[in-house]
Design a protein around this ligand. Structure first.
Ligand code: ATP
Ligand code: MG
Length: 567
């Protein structure tokens, strides 16, 4: 392409609306433009990147034996009512009515739709297994759309759904998809991790996420320094290998005026934070309150908490006024002695002895508290986030945290949707069987942003060559003045095209500084500068986007283009 003919609205200024570097750079490089909250247009240069990502995803899905389909983005409400998710999706789902006042939604995902089609057309075990995928636009009315394409409302997903006669066959397909995903992310050229993921309400079957490692990632990943254990902290199980020491102190109330946090109390009493117990009071599943007890240095994991049968889902913190009326005291001074509500303690909190907690009395805490003696033994559960330095759940090494951007998710769903939508097929003996399902998502548009987040420097984007909008940019200096420069540039441009190298010719006639700045901002891997001086020695100036300096190279096109094709 000739740059003079492309709409590439680059800017020098950092857009105020963009917090993340990837968002700033994608706007500055003119790859995307905002239309509304969480809505973006792919401009010509950006679309080239998106199409490269899409092509890699499609090739690897096809290689793995999945079949491409394309389902509508607008879905009749009945399908979602049948699965129970019309209600459950809440305001994440954009709903609309047609001219007959019938309800529809804009699809946030496609389990219902694909299951509907399989139910229509698949009757026999002979038609399974089946893996159907699409690369398609989703709409989710996210509470906080932000970071550009990273958390958009309209975005592009590759979603695949597989159907199997039994769970062993589902496990086989899941393993195959995992390999396909590894091939995809290897080819994209990014640093990524596969982590154990939360399985949501669906149950204990396998689920893993693929994360691009980046400091700005929204997800915390717990990885072991002594094994390949890696989990999203949402999902990382934590027990304890410790046992509770003997009680050695008497329980005693002490004045702690104005000290309503564990940290403040620990400081006042000069005790380690882990000897303080905090209570988080939440709504219980029976309509009464429940107190969750955690060590002062630990954090509540909301997903684990709301999965406890005694706790209401979604998790709801008790309101201050309700706590005041039930405990006779405000939050900040709550404790387990004479606690008016049932207590569930995290494993690590349940092995404390002689701990400090609120006295259920304004401005007082109790020291030397012991479970079983000063209060009933609590129910015990895994309620907390794993912490850095904790032993790895697989027993090897210690946990450290990484930040990641979720770009893929693979999931063994079991028969949840097939059952809800009454999908059955006949097995070899003519008996009716509910198929097992898997689903496999990739955030295609999010990948573009995640790659920029990982691959950039002060000057701009550094696309891995596999998804760069162009492999080579030619910057002729003084093209309008020098016939020799023009002729060489045109010849390299033509040779590159003939050699199948995707090439951009900067024929805008701008100053070298502007051309260089744009080529660096756009992140094109190879740059050739053609100027009169070097040309007199039959040379060009060459710089790879990751080189610190340009160097002179011979103007032998064949050798140059071979090198560029090789990556
Ligand atoms: P998240 O936890 O980031 O909200 P999710 O777990 O709800 O994502 P899935 O339902 O697993 O998302 O969707 C599959 C993939 O689609 C995700 O792994 C992610 O890469 C991408 N994705 C999800 N939501 C968005 C969004 N709002 N904008 C861009 N990509 C998204
Ligand atoms: Mg997910």
């Amino acid at each position: 392409m000739r740059l003079s003919q492309m709409l590439v609205p680059t800017t020098r200024e950092t857009p105020a609306e963009a917090e993340l570097v990837s968002h700033q750079l994608m706007l500055r490089a003119g790859l995307i433009r905002r239309l509304g909250s969480g809505l973006y247009t792919w401009m010509p240069m950006g679309l080239r990147v998106l199409q490269k990502i899409t092509a890699i995803v499609r090739e690897e899905m096809n290689r793995a034996g999945a079949q491409e389909v394309l389902m509508p983005s607008v879905h009749p409400a009945e399908l979602w009512q049948a699965s129970g998710r019309w209600e459950q999706m809440g305001s994440l789902m954009l709903r609309l009515k047609d001219r007959h006042k019938r309800d529809f939604c804009y699809g946030p995902t496609h389990e219902e739709v694909v299951t509907y089609h399989v139910k229509q057309d698949v009757r026999s075990w002979k038609q399974l297994p089946l893996n159907l995928y699409q690369i398609q636009t989703k709409f989710r009315d996210e509470i906080r759309p932000r970071f550009g394409l990273m958390r958009a409302r309209e975005f592009i997903m590759k979603d695949a759904y597989s159907f199997h006669m039994d769970s062993a066959d589902l496990a086989r397909e899941y393993a195959g998809m995992r390999v396909a995903y590894q091939r995809i992310f290897d080819r994209l050229g990014v640093d990524y991790r596969i982590v154990q993921a939360d399985t949501g309400d669906i149950g204990g079957t396998a689920s893993e996420e693929f994360h691009v490692v980046a400091g700005a990632g929204e997800d915390l990943l717990a990885v072991s320094d002594g094994s390949d254990f890696a989990a999203n902290i949402e999902a990382a199980a934590c027990g304890t290998t410790l046992t509770r020491p003997e009680a050695s102190q008497e329980a005693q109330d002490v004045a702690t005026p104005g000290r309503s946090t564990c940290a403040a109390v620990a400081e006042l009493l000069a005790i380690p934070l882990e000897q303080a117990l905090k209570l988080v009071v939440v709504e219980g599943s029976d309509g009464n309150l429940v107190a969750l007890a955690l060590r002062g240095d630990h954090e509540l994991n909301e997903i684990k908490a709301e999965r406890h049968p005694a706790v209401a889902a979604p998790l709801q913190l008790a309101e201050g006024a309700r706590i005041q009326s039930v405990f006779g005291c405000e939050p900040g001074f709550l404790g387990v002695r004479n606690c008016p509500v049932p207590v569930i303690a995290d494993h690590a909190a349940a092995v404390l002895a002689d701990f400090v907690c609120g006295a259920n009395r304004h401005d007082f805490h109790t020291t030397g508290v012991n479970w079983g003696r000063d209060c009933p033994e609590p129910a015990v559960a895994d309620l907390r986030n794993i912490a850095e330095g904790d032993p790895s759940p697989d027993g090897q090494g210690r946990i450290r945290f990484l930040r990641g951007i979720e770009v893929g998710h693979i999931f063994q769903l079991g028969d949840k949707y097939a059952r809800a939508m009454e999908l059955t097929v006949l097995d070899a003996d003519g008996a009716s069987v509910t198929p097992q399902m898997g689903c496999y998502g990739i955030g295609v548009s999010r990948i573009a942003a995640a790659v920029v987040e990982q691959c950039h420097d002060e000057q701009g984007i550094r696309w891995p060559q596999a998804i760069a909008p162009f492999a080579l940019v030619i910057c002729p200096i003084g093209m309008d003045r020098s016939e020799a420069v023009r002729e060489a540039a045109e010849r390299l441009y033509a040779d590159a095209q003939a050699a199948g190298v995707e090439v951009l010719l900067d024929d805008r006639g701008l100053r070298p500084g502007v051309m260089f700045a744009d080529s660096e901002l756009l992140g094109i891997p190879h740059r050739v500068v053609i100027g009169d001086k070097a040309l007199a020695d039959d040379q060009y100036e060459y710089r790879h986007r990751s080189d610190s300096e340009a160097k002179r190279i011979s103007s032998d096109h064949a050798a140059l283009l071979d090198r560029i094709r090789a990556g």
